[in-house]
Design a protein around this ligand. Structure first.
Ligand code: ADP
Ligand code: MG
Length: 506
């Protein structure tokens, strides 16, 4: 159910994503030129004769890029095609000197076939998103229109760098199979999952700001409960999670309004305006480009052996889905496991803190999710640093959080004191949690004698409340606990206090 301004509508969303990730490789997909097109590198210095489309130059497939595609395919739980082809997608645009892009034909199996990734659905439960295919293709160069008042410039350093395009699947033959993206949040979680898989495998930096990950967003809407897919639009070349979510929202609202006023949606290609947050028609279906794909006569079919796939399988690290399963087996719930695998930096931080002691898992997860994640824009798991105050880095290391958690479970400090120590660490207090506790005299009182005295005092001082408690108003226990905690300067072990009070008031 899609909500507009807090009001739920009778409409639901169907979303398909075509995600391009740039393959990490020293050289380009079909040439030996460097694949590094960093903006600091002088334009047109990483361009071979092949990339420049000089007559008679022949492309040579880069085996490493193929291995990267296979790796990603395995990470997407996908079938790897033993045989696939390259085709020319014809179009003229000055960012690609060949006049065509070498890609893999849409009608034939590409290097990576049907697969799936698991995300957290909007209901908080794991959800499988089906992948239709992933294929290898060439990236185009960059045109610069803002350098000169009357001229445009072309930089071909990026021309021919390998891209892997990953396309989600809609099971039109089995519409009850709802393994596809149905909300802006799910779209973001899907893209983050793709990003983390690519990074964990070293297949791509998959960084949207840098342009090494981009997405085309297909959106359609339909009445809740409907079993047919309606006409979708495609918004091209989206480069931030925020804009993707905004484009989906806007596009869904636009389509719903068209249907509700008796119109029909046409299958258009849209462009998104970052400043307006709106989509507008770039070209309509009638103007759809006919790319006239044809098999590239310069390239042999790509054949992949079982041995090659086996060899790559041996090198696969633990991927987010497996990490989540491991966390659940350590006693975390699905939500916590999903949050802690949002990035490999976070899961590594968590693993370092837990350090194999599974009794730490739940408390560490709680502290991370409710305290550290409370400032996602400030907390950088990679550096384990909280930088909420500009220029001032406050370090909370996994080891420190682990020590804090251990102190609580050893009854050395209570939860309230732990929070105080935590805040002091955030405020730049030096030392380990133990040292800070010592420095500020924050030792929990577990000594029953000392607590007993405070308990007796509070009971003696409040005869009326004691009477009420005894006649059934057991909610008053909190009142007594509060009194004892106050009397002990917040240092008493709350479990001991509770136990003693219950005994004495019985
Ligand atoms: P194209 O070749 O025009 O890009 P595809 O058939 O490859 O189209 O689909 C592109 C993406 O759009 C896929 O992720 C697919 O699942 C998605 N898609 C197809 N139909 C719809 C629809 N009705 N609503 C939303 N997404 C759709
Ligand atoms: Mg497309």
């Amino acid at each position: 159910m899609f909500t507009i301004k807090g009001k739920t509508t009778d409409w639901e969303l169907v979303i398909g994503l075509e995600t391009h990730i740039e393959v990490l490789s020293n050289s380009k997909l079909f040439s030996g030129a460097s694949a590094n097109y960093n903006p600091t590198i002088a334009p047109n210095t990483q361009v071979s004769m092949v990339d420049a489309a000089m007559p008679g130059m022949l492309p040579v497939l880069n085996e490493f890029c193929v291995e990267q595609a296979i790796k990603m395919g395995l990470g997407l739980n996908a079938e790897i095609s033993r045989k696939s082809k390259f085709a020319r997608k014809q179009y003229f645009y000055p960012d690609l000197p060949q006049g065509y892009q070498i890609s893999q034909p849409a009608e034939e199996p590409p290097v990576v076939g049907r697969g799936w990734v698991e995300i957290m659905g909007d209901d908080g439960k794991p959800k499988k998103i089906l992948i239709e295919r992933a294929h290898l293709e060439q990236d185009a160069g960059k045109l610069k229109h803002d350098v000169h008042p009357t001229k445009s410039f072309a930089d071909y350093n990026r021309t021919g760098v390998a891209l892997l395009e990953i396309v989600t699947f809609l099971d039109t033959k089995n519409p009850e199979n709802n393994s596809y993206i149905t909300s802006p949040d799910e779209a973001e979680r899907y893209l983050r999952e793709i990003r983390e898989i690519a990074r964990a495998l070293g297949v791509s930096k998959a960084n949207m700001e840098e342009g090494s990950m981009r997405a085309d967003v297909n959106v359609s809407v339909r009445p809740v409960g409907s079993n047919e897919f309606r006409t979708r639009t495609e918004t091209k070349n989206m480069v931030s999670f925020k804009f993707i979510k905004s484009a989906i929202e806007y596009e869904a609202r636009r389509q719903i309004e068209i249907y509700e006023t008796g119109g029909t949606v046409s299958q258009d290609t849209m462009r998104y305006s970052q400043s307006e947050g709106t989509t507008s028609v770039m070209r309509s279906k009638e103007d759809a480009l006919d790319y006239r794909y044809f098999p590239d006569p310069d390239l042999l079919p790509l054949e992949i052996s079982d041995e090659m796939i086996e060899r790559i399988k041996q090198t696969m690290p633990e991927l987010p889905a497996a990490t989540r399963a491991r966390y659940i087996s350590m006693g975390l719930n699905e939500y916590d496991a999903a949050r802690l695998t949002e990035s490999t930096d976070i899961s590594k931080w968590f693993d370092t803190a837990v350090n194999g002691k599974s009794e730490r898992a739940k408390p560490i997860a709680n502290w991370m999710i409710s305290e550290l994640f409370a400032h996602p824009e400030n907390w950088d798991a990679k550096n384990a640093v909280d930088t909420s105050e500009q220029g001032e880095a406050r370090i909370i290391t996994p080891e420190n959080l682990a020590e804090l958690v251990d102190m609580i479970s050893a009854n050395e400090i209570n939860g309230k004191q732990a929070k105080e120590i935590f805040i002091k660490m955030l405020d730049g207090e030096s030392g380990t949690p133990k040292e800070i506790a010592d420095r500020f005299g924050m030792k929990q009182i577990t000594d029953t004698g000392a607590i007993e005295k405070a308990v007796d005092d509070i009971i003696a001082a409040n005869p009326a409340q004691v009477e009420q408690y005894k006649s059934g108003k057991v909610g008053l226990l909190g009142f007594f606990v509060g009194g004892v905690m106050k009397a002990t300067g917040g240092k008493a072990n709350p479990a001991v206090v509770n136990e003693l009070l219950k005994k004495k008031l019985a």
